[in-house]
Design a protein around this ligand. Structure first.
Ligand code: UDP
Length: 246
């Protein structure tokens, strides 16, 4: 997607985006597992974004089902625990695929771990082809490697699929100088540089993911999952926090 196409007829600032959701976004009030009503709400919100004509790759975490680190803290071998985490992301990807398609949006799940009965393998050129055809590319299975996270997956896929921005949709409406849940005087940034984010240890993404996006100058937008924030971000309206080169 070139800048001209992105900003042309459709009025979008970002014509192709990588949307990262944590697994918890699918869990609803239960905080674990997959809650169908929550999945429906998330997919309706994603659908309203797709209706603008944006090309979207989606990375969904697995923390609502299993995180490798918690497994290894309880004595599991770390790599085995991480593979379980990666498999959890496939469950989430299939749940979101099912709901998006029920809502009428074409999708493909492409997994970094081959599962040919269930989904396609992640092949970059194939993913690009799907995006060009207007299909939502759901990137499952993480990077396919233990010791990484789905933040790193989002950074990696965002770059190789030539996304104009990585949008991290969360419960919080942006990046604050301290945790807004526990500090009433926390101040939100409208924009912040990669360097300041690191210096202030704001923990937007894990260090590996952050280093990747910083070195490749991909903007990261942190905004709320619901309420139309993702749409506004893609239109270039001031919403959430944008991390970019100042
Ligand atoms: N994971 C991994 N390699 C990857 C991506 C994910 O090993 O490239 C594993 C890791 O154990 C991680 C789990 O999958 O804890 C689920 O991903 P993550 O914790 O990033 O999910 P989120 O917190 O976004 O729900």
């Amino acid at each position: 997607m070139t800048e001209d196409n992105a900003t042309g007829e459709r009025g979008l600032k970002y014509g192709r985006v990588l949307l990262k959701l944590s697994g918890e976004a699918l869990a609803g009030a239960h905080k674990t597992g997959i809650d169908p009503e929550t999945v429906a709400a998330v997919c309706e919100e994603i659908g309203s974004v797709l209706d603008m004509g944006v090309e979207m790759a989606l990375v969904i975490g697995g923390g609502n089902i299993f995180r490798g680190l918690s497994g290894s803290a309880k004595g599991m071998e770390r790599s085995s625990a991480d593979y379980m985490g990666m498999l959890a992301t496939v469950l989430n990807a299939l749940a979101v695929q099912d709901m998006l398609e029920k809502l009428g949006y074409p999708t493909r799940v492409l997994s970094a771990i081959n599962m040919k009965e269930v989904c396609e393998p992640f092949i970059r050129r194939r993913a690009l082809h799907h995006l060009e055809k207007g299909r939502v590319v759901i990137c499952a299975g993480g990077t396919g490697n233990p010791y990484f996270t789905t933040d790193t997956t989002a950074a990696l896929r965002g770059m190789e699929l030539k996304c104009d921005a990585i949008i991290k949709a969360t419960k919080v409406d942006g990046i604050y100088d301290k945790d807004p849940a526990t500090n009433a005087d926390a101040v939100k940034f409208d924009h912040i540089s990669y360097e300041d984010t690191l210096r202030r240890r704001l923990g937007v993404m894990d260090a590996t993911a952050f280093a990747l996006v910083r070195d490749n100058h991909v903007p990261i937008i942190v905004c709320r999952m619901f309420g139309g924030d993702i749409k506004r971000a893609i239109l270039g309206e001031p919403v959430g926090t944008i991390v970019r080169e100042e």
